[in-house]
Design a protein around this ligand. Sequence first.
Ligand SMILES: [Zn+2]
Length: 242
Amino acid sequence: MAEKKEKKLVAADEKTKTAAKEVEKNMKQSKPVGDSAPLRIGAIICWIFALLCEVGAYLILVGKFNLKFLPSMWQIIIMLVLDLILIIVGASFWKKANHISPASEKNKLKFWLWNNMGVLVTVICFVPFLVLLLLNKDLDKKTKGILCAVAVVAMLLAGAGSYDYNPVSEEMQKAAVQTLGDETVYWAPFGKVYHTHKDCQALNQSDTLTYGTVAEAIAANRSRLCAFCARKDEITGVATDE
Ligand SMILES: [Zn+2]
């Protein structure tokens, strides 16, 4: 006996209701811009511990330190994973600090250093260990191979996780603050831009929007103005996503 299939009926006005819902977005006020100094200190503390993990991994490797409850190889792997985690956590603090008080483009060395600090720390916290591991002659081939692979993968992950893909300069931040001042801007939970219009076409997909000043948007890692909004308001001189 064929069962009667029940059809789901959707009233025409229900569709309009969902459409209306899309326009009405969840609005959240941005957190105020904090101070960058504690973030930089936090980053440095994390990175010091990351360095200690590298040293710990080396000491376990040469048998000068042993936690006993696990085979040495696993102790080293734990140290390398902690090294990786601490680098990324430190870098997230550092990047946040850079978006609150960015370095000036005028000082090229400082600007480069400030934006690449996470990657630099990754190199410092992995390469010496890798070199010493490769030079080690007491280790059997298999263990050496596994440890090398783990260290290389952890290093690549740490580098990728600590690089700032959306860097800001002091000049960029100043130009945006001077142009937009205290005007309210909007940004979606994901993405790298802020908008001057909450009904911007680029925000159609987002149910939740955060609003705040442009300084708050930059601190929240939205360092560029949406190109549609810039064109609509004829804003020039502010970095856009174009
Ligand atoms: Zn926009």
